[in-house]
Write a protein that binds this ligand. Structure first.
Ligand code: HBI
Ligand code: FE
Length: 313
């Protein structure tokens, strides 16, 4: 059976390649509660509640990714990371991150217990607050969890929020999300998030690079997306992406490639009314398909997904 294709935005933001039953709290964090802990779902990070084993797990994940990312992550990611108080020693303190981000791009990180409802998520982004899970995955879940944890959210997402075009783009996504919900076209917009913020690649002068958090926080997908002949690399096109289904529980079959981050700001200028009207009656495109009019940078062999293997093992 093929992995679920992402039409269901409830599950669309599973932290990629990292499936784990939400853990018992780090002492504090667990599965998203049935009732909100507060109106905006924010909680205290509970930093003092992390134990040595949680910090040690962070270090393992951090060091593994840091070996891989030079020459694979884009300059903006590496640069953002270098300017932030994020290191191997311990799980970062969200307040200290927020101080630095606030000065750079006006963003903050707020702690949440896990996935939050769409409208809550959008409301935070629209106000330049990034909701981050405060819990960390278990040691037997290094490569696969279901719900975004502190490593995915902080290591993966926060460095790019130091980069002004991405900072502006993510706010625009939040605002667009609120409108998309009222227009009933959220799944189309969620695809844009998926193929950019989570799984985006960018063409840098010195080669193809990662900027998507789902990739940057995943050891196995970092290697797969760039070094494996299986996936397609297709030039980013907003409307094309809005029509394209995605995989939520395995590597992507197609990665979309930006020429420059500023191209994402098309989202800010887009009049969603006519765009959604045009798209909503058209069929979805398959995650692995390419079309004659795509600008194809790598035509993948598709061998990985044909093999029936799965990244979860
Ligand atoms: N909540 N904490 C958290 N993180 C996400 O990435 C997230 C979420 N809620 C909804 C959501 N993502 C998406 O389904 C929307 O972008 C569509
Ligand atoms: Fe994410």
């Amino acid at each position: 059976m093929s992995p679920t294709i992402g039409e269901n935005h409830e599950t669309a933001h599973r932290a990629p390649r990292t499936r784990a039953a939400p853990t018992e709290k780090h002492g504090a964090a667990a599965a998203a509660p049935l009732r909100p802990p507060s109106a905006d779902w924010t909680i205290d990070q509970g930093w003092a509640g992390y134990g040595a084993e949680h910090h040690a797990l962070w270090r393992t994940l951090f060091e593994r990714q840091c070996r891989l990312l030079p020459g694979r992550a884009c300059d903006a990611f590496i640069d953002g990371m270098a300017r932030l108080p994020i290191g191997a020693e311990q799980i970062p303190d969200f307040r200290r991150l927020s101080e630095v981000m606030m000065r750079a791009t006006g963003w903050q990180v707020v702690a949440v217990p896990g996935l939050v409802p769409d409208e809550v998520f959008f409301e935070h982004l629209a106000n330049r607050r990034f909701p981050a899970g405060n819990f960390i995955r278990r040691a037997d879940q290094l490569d696969y969890i279901e719900e975004p944890d502190v490593f995915h959210d902080i290591f993966g997402h926060v460095p790019m929020l130091m980069h002004p075009p991405i900072a502006d783009y993510l706010q625009a996504y939040g605002l667009g999300g609120l409108r998309a919900q009222s227009l009933g076209v959220l799944p189309h917009l969620a695809r844009v998030y998926w193929y950019t913020v989570e799984f985006g690649l960018v063409q840098q002068r010195d080669g193809l690079r990662i900027y998507g958090a789902g990739i940057a926080s995943s050891y196995t997908e970092t290697l797969f997306c760039l070094d494996d002949p299986s996936p397609n690399h297709v030039a980013f096109d907003l409307e094309r992406v809005m029509r394209t289904d995605y995989r939520i529980d395995d590597f992507q079959e197609t990665y979309f490639v930006l020429d420059r981050f500023e191209d994402l700001l098309a989202l800010e200028r887009t009049d969603f009314g006519p765009l959604y009207a045009r798209i909503r009656n058209r069929s979805s495109l398959q995650p692995g398909g390419v079309r004659a009019k795509d600008r194809i940078l790598q035509r993948g062999t598709g061998a990985y997904h044909r093999s029936g293997r799965n990244c979860a093992g």
